[in-house]
Every structure is written in structure tokens, then in C-alpha cells.
Design a protein around this ligand. Structure first.
Ligand code: NAD
Length: 483
């Protein structure tokens, strides 16, 4: 059985772990590897290596650091299919989604290739008589990234390419449920000549995270994961004097107006709600549908749900893969039970899956009608292939319901009215909006900008925010004395 190793100071080494977890393929339950639950000393070693490497890496000219990113981009491009297969293997999403994930990750590396321009400061001569002011940027030091299971390639790549290009060194703590992609990304970084210690990987869970949060050498922490852990990470890292960005959970509302082209809307919505088995932080979870078209729309949606191909994402044409683990499957089943108990109507019930689909952690698509805003399934993040329909009077009513959510990651409007789209843009309390776009993911050069309980911090991941997060500013005020 392959046991994963940590990457510390440019070498893969055995973790100092008392425990290991199996990493199954969620589609087959075949054990792919074991992941060590590293201890605090593994973090200490990684932090020491990263702190030592920072001394020289931060002095490498930005254009040379960019060249590493250009080479990394090329290597990733030539390994993109291999990486996508690895994502499908350990996460269960289908190959098309996995390819999309790798592509989005590569785009962050492409963004980081522009680091010489992105790092430029600013100068104002003569702020006062014969006095000049300049603002220049410096890397913050050792940064750490703690990432979730649902995008094992892309989410780490939101973080480390920008951090490293800015001149920082980095420690990645990947999800213990999908740890394989991180090691492959690390191997490819070593191939392109990144100096030892600049990028480190420590596998594990809570113990590793806690050591990262309190370690004096680690100056910045990026977290992506569920809302309760995000809040904990934000508070704990901040209490230890670190800068933190913590991207959290989601409950995304999709509003369908009567003037939306219905069949196209159905097709987009199906991809958003059931793609990646609903395990996306941008997944559509609640549909607010105008009463006037609700019956016809739900009829069409049900027909589309019935056409969904369930199965192993490695097989061509499969649209709905397994969820990540048996425990997660049980949690989703519990949400479905709660929905039924609270009075919602399951038009399609995913708890019953044909055995021919396979041995994995499969759930069929669930579609609820008659959902009320206060029901558990309308309020809490389910993170599975479950979609809830709430009937509303109009756009204003829909926005009012959606804005009651404690989370504010994404929201989507389906309409052909420019005016409605504008009202939605202005009034919707969420940070990533889509107009007729089911998964409104910002591209690498923009911030991934969740609102409310979906984000803790102020500078988001990727884009200019990413550069600001991984750098600190220095102001120099100069007067040249002369007689
Ligand atoms: P998770 O919170 O369980 O785990 C995320 C990371 O935190 C993992 O590395 C894990 O090891 C660590 N962790 C888990 N519990 C911990 C604890 N008690 N103490 C310290 N560390 C802990 O999240 P997940 O299930 O891997 O991922 C799914 C969640 O991530 C969903 O809520 C989803 O919405 C969210 N997510 C958000 C975004 C975003 O951009 N906002 C993106 C992707 C995923």
C-alpha cells in the first residue's frame, strides 16, 4: 500500500504520524493510498525549511520568479490529462469537470507569470516641497494554505502560485480526503527547478492545522473549506497575529423569472446543481421560481433530472458521480429525511440508487418541491446532489428570501430582462453573481469574492487581492538635503 509522504525542503519524507487514513476512490471504494496524519513536528520542520528558503527566494528578481511560473505553466499543460485523471480518481467528479478544474488552476499560474508588473509600487514626487513618497511591496514571509476536498488541484493553485511568485515560501496542508493531487503538483514544481524549501506539503488534519495557526514563523494563512472551520481558522490565526483569508461554505440561490428561456435555464441549472455531485461552493442549491411558470418549469426540470447519467466519472458520459465518503453520503441522506419530515415534497428521491451504478458512495439526484424558506434544507449547506424549489411572487420577493441567508457566496438570475439583471446586481447580498451563468466562478485575474458567512477576512484569493494578501507595503518618504 502506497503511503503518501510530506514534501519538506525539496525532498519527500516520511511523516511523523501516529495514524494513517485510507484514501478510497469514491466511485469504487478501491483504496488508492494511505495518507499520514502528520504531527506538529512535521509542521515545525516544514516551517523551518520555508523560513530558511525565504531568505534567498525573496531576493530572487521577480522576473526570474516569473520564469519559474512560465516553466511550471508549460509542464502543467503537458500533464493536464494526467492531473485531471488523478482528480477524478480521488474526488469522483467526471473527467470533463476535472479537466475544467485543472484548466482553472493553470490560469492562476498564467496570472502569476505577470508578477513583475503586479508587484510594482507607486511614487508621488514632491508630496511636499522636495519630498518624494514611494510605496513598495515586499513578500510577507512563510505562508500556509489549508484546502478542501472538492477541488484538490484548483484550490491549492488559487493560492501557492501567487504566494510564491510574490517571493513568499509556502506550506500546503491539502485535504486528507483528496491528498494525491497535491503531491503531483509538488513533483512538477520540483521538476521546473523551484529551489528547495520554497514549497512544502504537510499531510494531515486538525493537528497540522492547529500547529500552522499558532506557528510563529508562519505569517499568512489562506483557508478554504466549511463555514465553522473557516471561522475557527480566522479567529485562531488572527489571535496569533497572522493575516488570514478564510473562504467558507455556501448556500447559493438561483432565481428563475418567467421571462427566462425555460429549456436553456433547465440545462444550465442541472449542471450547476448536480455537476460535481453538488460538491461545489458555487453549486445551485435553492431555486426561487416565479409562481406563474413554476409547474411547467418543474416538469421540465424533472425530465432533465431523469436523464442524468449516474456513475463512475472515469466513464464517458457520466454526469453525476459519487459523493466523497460514506459519512458524507449519510449526512446528505439525513438532510433529505429532514426535508421530508419538515413537509417538503421529494419529486425525485436520490436515496434509492440502482445497484448497477457501482459500489461507490453514490446518491441519485434529489429534487424537492414545496420548500419553505425556513426549512433546514433551504437554510443549511447540504453539499450534495439535492435541489430545493421555493415558489415566489416576483424578483423582489425572491431577492428578499435569498438575502435572509447567513451565507453569501454566489447567486444566479435567469432572465432576458436587462432591468431585472440590474436590480439583481444592485440588491443581491452575495459576492459572486451570475446572470444566466450557472457556476459564476471568477477567472484567475479577479477575486473569488464570497460575502457574509461565506468569507472571513478582507482580501480574497486570486487576482489583485491575492497579490495584496501575499505582500506587505512599505512607505519611503525621502528628502535629499542640499545647501
Ligand atoms: P472542511 O472544512 O471539512 O475541510 C477543509 C480543511 O480544513 C481540510 O484541509 C481539513 O483537514 C481541515 N479541517 C477540517 N476540520 C477541521 C477542524 N475541526 N480543525 C482544523 N482543521 C480542520 O471542508 P471540506 O469538507 O473539505 O470542503 C467542503 C467545504 O468547503 C464546503 O463547505 C464548501 O462550500 C467549502 N468550499 C468553499 C469554497 C469557497 O471558495 N468559499 C471553495 C471550495 C470549498
Amino acid at each position: 500500500m502506497k503511503v503518501l509522504q510530506n514534501l519538506i525542503n525539496g525532498r519527500f519524507v516520511e511523516a511523523n504520524a501516529s495514524e494513517r487514513l485510507d484514501v478510497p476512490n469514491p466511485a469504487t471504494r478501491e483504496i488508492l493510498a494511505q495518507v499520514p496524519l502528520s504531527g506538529g513536528e512535521d509542521v515545525d520542520r516544514a516551517a523551518a525549511a520555508a523560513a530558511a528558503a525565504f531568505e534567498s527566494w525573496s531576493q530572487v528578481p521577480p522576473a526570474e520568479r516569473a520564469r519559474v511560473m512560465f516553466r511550471y505553466r508549460d509542464v502543467l499543460e503537458s500533464h493536464k490529462d494526467e492531473l485531471a485523471r488523478l482528480v477524478t480518481l480521488e474526488n469522483g467528479k467526471n473527467l470533463d469537470d476535472a479537466r475544467g478544474e485543472v484548466r482553472r488552476g493553470i490560469e492562476v499560474v498564467e496570472f502569476a507569470c505577470g508578477i513583475p508588473t503586479l508587484l510594482m509600487g507607486s511614487v508621488l514626487p514632491n508630496v511636499s516641497r522636495e519630498i518624494d513618497s514611494e510605496m513598495i511591496r515586499f513578500p510577507v514571509g512563510v505562508a500556509a494554505g489549508i484546502t478542501p476536498f472538492n477541488f484538490p488541484c484548483m484550490v491549492p493553485m488559487w493560492l501557492f502560485p501567487v504566494a510564491i511568485a510574490c517571493g513568499n515560501t509556502f506550506i500546503l496542508k491539502p485535504s486528507e480526503r483528496t491528498p494525491l493531487s497535491a503531491n503531483r503538483l509538488a513533483e512538477l514544481l520540483l521538476e521546473v527547478g523551484l529551489p528547495e524549501g520554497v514549497f512544502n506539503v504537510v499531510h494531515g488534519a486538525k493537528e497540522v492545522v492547529n500547529r500552522i495557526l499558532e506557528h510563529p514563523a508562519i505569517k499568512a494563512v489562506s483557508f478554504v473549506g466549511s463555514a465553522p472551520v473557516a471561522k475557527y481558522v480566522y479567529q485562531t490565526a488572527a489571535a496569533h497575529g497572522k493575516r488570514v483569508q478564510a473562504l467558507a461554505g455556501a448556500k447559493n440561490h438561483h432565481i428563475v423569472l418567467a421571462d427566462a428561456p425555460l429549456q436553456k435555464t433547465v440545462d444550465i441549472l442541472i449542471g450547476s446543481a448536480y455537476g460535481n455531485a453538488g460538491e461545489r461552493c458555487l453549486a445551485g442549491s435553492v431555486v426561487l421560481i416565479e409562481e406563474a411558470i413554476a409547474d411547467e418549469f418543474i416538469q421540465r426540470l424533472t425530465e432533465a433530472v431523469d436523464r442524468l447519467q449516474i456513475g463512475d466519472g472515469m466513464e464517458e458520459g457520466k454526469e453525476l458521480g459519487p459523493v466523497i465518503r460514506e459519512e458524507h453520503r449519510a449526512r446528505i441522506v439525513h438532510f433529505i429525511e429532514t426535508g421530508v419530515a419538515e413537509g417538503a415534497t421529494p419529486i425525485r428521491d436520490g436515496r434509492i440508487v440502482d445497484a448497477s451504478v457501482g459500489k461507490g458512495f453514490f446518491l441519485g439526484p434529489t429534487l424537492f418541491d414545496g420548500v419553505k424558506p425556513d426549512m433546514t434544507i433551504a437554510r443549511e449547506e447540504i453539499f450534495g446532489p439535492v435541489l430545493s424549489m421555493i415558489r415566489v411572487r416576483d424578483l423582489e420577493d425572491a431577492i428578499a428570501v435569498a438575502n435572509r441567508s447567513e451565507l453569501g457566496n454566489a447567486a444566479v438570475l435567469y432572465t432576458s430582462s436587462g432591468h431585472a439583471a440590474r436590480v439583481f446586481r444592485e440588491k443581491m447580498q452575495a459576492g459572486m453573481l451570475g446572470v444566466n451563468i450557472g457556476v459564476p466562478a471568477p477567472m484567475a485575474y479577479f477575486p473569488f469574492s464570497g460575502w457574509k458567512g461565506s468569507f472571513y477576512g478582507d482580501l480574497h484569493a486570486t487576482g489583485r487581492d491575492g497579490v495584496e494578501f501575499y505582500t506587505k507595503k512599505k512607505m519611503v518618504t525621502t528628502r535629499w538635503l542640499h545647501d
